[in-house]
Design a binder for this molecule. Structure first.
Ligand code: SF4
Length: 464
């Protein structure tokens, strides 16, 4: 089955699942209220968005310069930097470090890039025990599922479902109280931090000016992942670069506001290198893996390049009417929602993933919600155009040509569409919802709005 057919099949199931839709709606209702309160803490949210968009524009349009600066600063303090052109190469680099260190267990904090390159599969195939330390990711790992959302990996689950899962997999779940459940996960994870030979993290931002990696989180798990194992590996996409340290003064509160409806995340840490002489903590060895995986191909596309400005806040998913109804897993790819629909055809190929650009109402809510002002719905339109240009469909061309002939001739439109439609709708109930219905694709799940008995023009003419 193609990815497009799989998407359609799954979307049909999910949109009919009213319980799922209710869970998502409830989860996002509180988020929306608090997020708007947090936005009000900015003197001008719109000015902040503009400043963030300009900063990311500067970073992405001078990526070569800022990456070189970032790497030079990192290496000067003893960090080992690796470049990975593809996902497979990134996994291979990490496996090589694992072999060198003779590691047997790995603790990980949240990293969408690791999902992108299927790192867990590669590590597990090599015989390693891999444990996700972010609570949401830990839950998804116990369920053998991929994250449902960029920021809230297990938002589609109820407390009761998590309790059942813990009972089954960990043999411990005193109640469905979130605090009790967190304590159960904490007891399991604390041991894993101490036992792990390697810690793997992602990164939220890479600061070119100082050669630092910024990780922002709410559970302290990324700090433990970086602090306890002797070797730390950070896997990040090359687009994570920000030019200056002071840029974080805007990006950290902005990400917390739209990402999790917070003023600032609970833990914000900057890593600048492995443990230096005289320092009491930190990893003995730090490897940074910079991942391309077709990001440079996207960079070469001047029209859609701004998709690399994304800070993975998840805000466009939260407001997207399609995401809210079909859910994260339906997309079948690491990055879901509007930003996923924009970047996946670039990262994984237009031919197989162009259908995601059609999973949009083009309402523009995503572009309005995006803190770095990515023009998401226009990017989706461009992808539709590109996919048609890459493989034009003769019947679609013919249909639009026919439509243009009718729409450009007033008498034809009036008699064929308006009068004909009114006549047709009288007989429509006889075939409605059956295969004989010419509007079956619409009427099998929706009502066809009736054509008004009188057009505006007719009404205007008759009133005088
Ligand atoms: S595209 Fe914008 S709103 Fe969507 S995840 Fe990225 S930064 Fe957030």
């Amino acid at each position: 089955m193609t990815f497009a057919a799989q998407f359609l099949k799954q979307a049909r199931v999910m949109t009919a699942d009213l319980r799922h839709r209710q869970i998502i709606r409830t989860a996002l209702r509180n988020y929306e209220i608090v997020r708007d309160q947090r936005k009000a803490a900015f003197q001008s949210w719109e000015s902040a968005r503009q400043a963030a968009a300009e900063t990311k524009w500067e970073a992405v349009n001078h990526l070569d310069k800022y990456l070189e600066q970032f790497v030079a600063k990192l290496e000067a303090r003893g960090t080992k930097v690796h470049w990975a052109s593809t996902g497979a190469q990134a996994s291979e680099i990490i496996l090589q470090i694992v072999r060198e260190k003779k590691a047997r267990s790995v603790i990980k904090s949240k990293a969408m890039t690791s999902e992108e390159v299927h790192l867990n599969d590669a590590l597990e195939k090599a015989g390693l025990e891999v444990v996700e330390s972010d609570l949401g990711e830990f839950i998804m790992q116990l369920r053998h599922e991929t994250p449902y959302h960029i920021v809230f990996p297990s938002m589609h689950l109820t407390r009761g479902e998590i309790r059942e899962l813990f009972q089954k997999e960990l043999g411990d779940a005193p109640s469905d109280n979130p605090e009790d459940l967190t304590l159960v996960a904490r007891r399991v994870l604390r041991k894993k931090y101490v036992q792990a030979d390697l810690g793997i993290t992602g990164a939220n931002f890479a600061i070119a000016e100082t050669g630092m990696v910024s990780i922002t989180e709410n559970e302290g798990n990324a700090r433990l992942t970086a602090a306890l194992p002797k070797t730390m590996i950070t896997l990040l996409g090359i687009e994570k670069v920000l030019p200056r340290l002071e840029d974080l003064a805007l990006f950290l509160p902005m990400l917390a506001t739209v990402g999790a409806a917070q003023l600032i995340s609970g833990y914000n840490t900057l890593y600048s290198g492995p443990r230096q002489p005289g320092e009491t903590d930190g990893p003995e060895e730090w490897h940074v893996v910079l991942l391309d995986n077709r990001r440079t191909a996207l960079l070469a596309d001047a029209e859609q390049r701004d998709a690399l400005h994304c800070i993975r806040c998840g805000s466009c998913l939260n407001v997207c009417p399609i995401y809210r109804n079909v859910g994260g897993h339906t997309y079948g790819t690491t990055y879901c929602g509007p930003i996923g629909a924009v970047i996946t055809p670039h990262l994984r190929g237009l031919r197989d993933w162009k259908h995601l650009a059609y999973a949009s109402t083009l309402c523009g809510a995503c572009a309005e919600a995006c803190p770095v002002k990515i023009d998401l719905h226009h990017r989706l339109l461009q992808t539709r155009r590109n996919s048609v240009q890459a493989k034009p469909r003769w019947w679609e061309k013919l249909a639009f040509k026919g439509f243009a002939v009718i729409a450009n001739r007033r008498p034809l439109w009036r008699y064929l569409i308006t009068q004909g439609g009114r006549l047709g709708q009288r007989f429509h109930p006889l075939v409605k919802g059956t295969r004989l219905d010419p509007a079956y694709a619409w009427t099998k799940t929706r009502e066809l709005p009736p054509i008004a008995p009188q057009s505006f023009k007719e009404w205007w003419r008759n009133r005088s």
